[in-house]
Design a protein around this ligand. Structure first.
Ligand SMILES: [Zn+2]
Length: 310
């Protein structure tokens, strides 16, 4: 009996070893087949990316950059492939800056190329000398301002009524209330302007001071931010609007505008980007989130878009 039991135990052990060996062989075979025939997903994606990058580098070299420049260009998140030729002809030795400049249309002459600007309910949309509103555009949610200032002379007549789009209006009122606590009485001197009004303003300045002056300080009809209903010209405490930067309190207005969604649209040190002379009085509503980004990066609205991915 004892012998039989022992033999049975030995047989069971052998069988177990056999089964284990069999499983091991199967396992190794499956692993090997997988390794040979199925590449892990990540590797495939990576290889695709690399081959894309290679073709892109080739394209960029074909367009006129050398390999090093091409690689630098491709590494920039705000590289817009459809502007490749413009990067090549504008390139000034600094790839990062060149890309930003071209994305901001600094390689073009004002009015050389015009794209239609659409609001799409995004208060930050771009209207400038390259992005024009559709002819006859009228915002559909204009609100009348209760208080505003009349400025005589200085090319500004007294407007009967000043309007902003609802969202900009609410933010503007919030901004004014906060300013009031600092003893600053902000007053709007201009808000929404119609196409016809802008045309009259531009024509008048062009005939009196010449086209160059008119273009430096006044948008052509359809290309004024005032036509959007999202821009407001302000003064405070009764000062001349075009001297407000010289008075105590302006600093507060400037440093706090973004908290209410406004940006100084034509800063003194960015005239080459905006293509407008310095306007200490002209503020544009872009929404709080965008305004904060622009403020923190010391951008203009053009640069905010210029930094974006294609
Ligand atoms: Zn203005």
């Amino acid at each position: 009996m004892a012998k039989k039991k022992k033999r049975r135990r030995v047989n069971v052990a052998r069988l177990l070893i056999l089964v284990l060996c069999f499983l091991l062989i199967i396992g190794l075979a499956v692993y090997g087949i997988k390794k040979i025939f199925f590449k892990p997903e990540e590797t495939v994606v990576q290889e695709e990316k690399n081959s894309n990058a290679d073709t892109n580098v080739e394209k960029i070299i074909e367009a006129g950059f050398n390999e090093e420049q091409a690689k630098e260009l491709i590494s920039l998140s705000n590289y817009w492939p459809d502007r490749l030729d413009r990067y090549v002809s504008y390139y000034n030795g600094d790839m990062k800056q060149s890309v930003m400049d071209v994305n901001c249309d600094m390689d073009l002459e004002p009015y050389q190329q015009t794209t239609i600007a659409k609001d799409d309910d995004d208060p930050a949309y771009l209207v400038n000398k390259f992005y024009a509103l559709e002819d006859g555009y009228v915002p559909d949610d204009l609100v009348d301002l209760d208080t505003f200032a009349c400025v005589q002379g200085q090319d500004y007549a007294c407007q009967d009524i000043i309007q902003l789009r609802k969202e900009a209006y609410d933010a503007y009122i919030e901004w004014c209330k906060a300013a009031q606590k600092e003893n600053l009485e902000i007053r709007a001197i201009s808000g929404y302007r119609t196409y016809e009004y802008q045309k009259g303003l531009w024509d008048h300045n062009a005939s009196v001071y010449g086209q160059e002056y008119a273009d430096a300080y006044y948008a052509r009809p359809g290309q004024s931010e005032h036509n959007t209903g999202l821009a407001v010209d302000i003064t405070f405490n009764g000062y001349n609007f075009n001297e407000i930067e010289n008075y105590d309190g302006y600093e507060w207005i400037l440093e706090n505008a973004h908290k209410y969604g406004f940006i100084l649209r034509y800063p003194e040190d960015k005239t080459d980007v905006t293509r407008y002379g310095y306007e200490s009085w002209h503020f544009r509503y872009v929404g709080k989130e965008v305004a904060e980004k622009i403020y923190k990066n010391n951008w203009t609205l053009e640069e905010y878009y210029g930094a974006k991915e294609a």
